[in-house]
Design a protein around this ligand. Structure first.
Ligand code: FMN
Length: 205
């Protein structure tokens, strides 16, 4: 039995392509894996807070020394990390904003990428603490940045996501792109159909 964390980052509702694709994926997954369990987090509609001065102090103070203020400041991070670590598989849908991730997803990462919880650091360097997880990242993009194209280096979203999840130990990541969404109906419809086909294939493995 697999436990999935399904997360949407688009602030849009039904108009969101990334959200629509992740919903389709999860619905198909439920049909083919009826015993699996799913937790849903919608940071597009319910963003998580930015880190604060008390958050930073709490993150670097042993929890048995937390004042009530520090404990309160780090509580959301603790809950998000517990939720994240309890999943075996992640299905994250993330639009491209300004060639990178939306600010709400960065705020989420700032909450879950935490020394002692998802990575460790000592004199030998950094180590990821999150192992044996699979991740599917569905990306919606107005343009297109495929490998070998002149615009490939504009895509700072994919390398950053690979880097930050690799940093905490997650390397088994499949990226599914719905790109070209602002490049006319034909390109858009083809890209959505390709993403749907890739997601269908991902259900099988
Ligand atoms: C604030 C903002 C910034 C965007 N920046 C980019 C960008 O840099 N490159 C790109 O290809 N598309 C960009 N887009 C287009 C979105 O990636 C595209 O509309 C996508 O469908 C949004 O995801 P959603 O449909 O799930 O909401 C941007 C859209 C918004 C609203």
């Amino acid at each position: 039995m697999t436990h999935i964390l399904h997360l949407d980052a688009s602030p849009r509702g039904d108009r969101s392509i990334s959200r629509t694709l992740s919903k389709e994926f999860i619905n198909q997954w439920k049909t083919t894996h009826p015993n699996d369990t799913i937790t849903y987090r919608d940071i597009g509609h319910d963003p998580v807070p930015f880190v604060s001065e008390d958050w930073i102090a709490a993150a670097f103070t042993p929890s048995d020394q937390h004042t009530p203020e520090l404990a309160a400041a780090i509580q959301v991070s603790n809950e998000l990390i517990d939720e994240f670590l309890s999943a075996d598989r992640y299905v994250f849908s993330i639009p491209m904003y300004n060639f990178s991730i939306p600010a709400n997803f960065k705020a989420y990462l700032d909450q879950i990428v935490r020394a002692g919880r998802t990575f460790s650091v000592d004199e030998t360097g950094y180590k990821g603490l999150v192992h044996n997880k699979k991740m599917t990242i569905i990306i919606a993009q107005g343009g297109a940045y495929p490998e070998g194209s002149p615009t490939h280096t504009y895509d700072l979203q994919t390398p950053y996501l690979k880097h930050i999840f690799g940093f905490i130990g997650i390397t088994d990541i499949e990226f599914v792109y719905a790109d070209s969404l602002n490049l006319g109906d034909e390109a858009r419809n083809l890209a959505i159909a390709n993403a749907q086909a890739a997601l269908k294939a991902a259900i099988a493995h």
